[in-house]
Design a protein around this ligand. Structure first.
Ligand code: IPD
Ligand code: CA
Ligand code: CA
Ligand code: CA
Length: 270
């Protein structure tokens, strides 16, 4: 077994354990939901319990590695070759409302590059896994991206960051523009599932701003291993900490990038 396969298996163990925690809390949160500061930016007892079990498993197996986890922040040396990027509950708002679109997302960056990714949707019992050079799977079967090559035939997905109320750079104009050019744009509320759905061909492309590494590290390697492409909006190489991501089946990459570079202002629709 290669080192990457070991990382993938331990990440899977952690994601499944965390998924069981999420299933256990679902519908039973009562008053264990608070706002992090921004309106609508929720955190629950389930986020924290899920993160605790992931941290315990990763610390036990890889005590030398560093971790960046949504609820705990940076743990260990920032310059570590190995950095786990963890979202213990991606789709907290959905989860709090019992809307079934949420997941555990665990990615491993080696020297800053996503190399291992596990995304687990415990409500639908769907397990997405990938390792660099090892391929991408859903429930242990290989997956690949769609072959849709025209925007007019595509279905896209996007999302809105929590700071959308404080900024005009809130993705509303992009969402509106692309809704008119495609067969539709969905908003799932879970960035990791958005990437997983591009990887398995359920949607053809995804873009979003305001993302954190824990939202997308696992999904990036999953999509790449499924034959897809990731970049900045303008097509240049992705910087994961930039928060902006364009992710497609590859066939649509240039046209979607071009459209994101020439979005009319919202006032054009009035
Ligand atoms: C959020 C979800 C959502 C995306 C937000 C994320 P959280 O993560 O991924 O789809 O639009 O930008 O912050 O807070 O539910 O883990
Ligand atoms: Ca998230
Ligand atoms: Ca989260
Ligand atoms: Ca959150």
């Amino acid at each position: 077994m290669t080192q990457l396969q070991i990382f993938l298996d331990i990440a899977t163990e952690a994601a499944l354990a965390a998924g069981a925690v999420l299933q256990g809390y679902l519908g039973k949160l009562e008053d264990a939901i608070t706002e992090k500061g921004r309106p609508g930016d929720l955190v629950t007892a389930a986020d924290k319990a899920s993160e605790a079990i992931i941290l315990e498993i990763l610390h036990r197996h890889f005590p030398q590695h560093s971790i960046l986890a949504e609820e705990s922040g940076q743990l260990g040396n920032q310059d570590n070759e190995y950095l786990w990027a963890i979202d213990p509950l991606d789709g907290t708002t959905n989860y709090a409302h019992q809307y079934p679109a949420f997941a555990v997302s665990i990615g491993l960056l080696i020297n800053g590059v996503p190399q291992v990714g596990v995304i687990y949707d415990p409500f639908h019992h769907e397990l997405f896994r990938a390792g660099a050079g090892l391929g991408a799977t859903r429930d242990r079967r290989p997956i690949k991206v769609s072959e849709t090559a025209q925007l007019s035939k595509s279905l896209l997905v996007s999302g809105f960051a929590y700071d959308r109320r404080d900024t005009s750079d809130n993705n509303y104009a992009e969402f509106c523009h692309l809704t008119h050019l495609t067969q539709g744009v969905r908003r799932s509320g879970s960035a990791s599932l958005d990437l997983a759905y591009v990887a398995c061909g359920r949607v053809d492309g995804y873009w979003e701003r305001g993302l954190s590494p824990w939202d997308i590290a696992a999904g990036i390697i999953l999509l790449q291993e499924a034959g897809g492409q990731v970049s900045a909006y303008d097509g240049t190489p992705l910087k994961i900490e930039s928060g902006r991501l364009l992710a497609t089946n590859g066939y649509l990459h240039n046209s979607l990038s071009q459209e994101l570079m020439q979005v009319p202002p919202l006032s054009a629709w009035k």
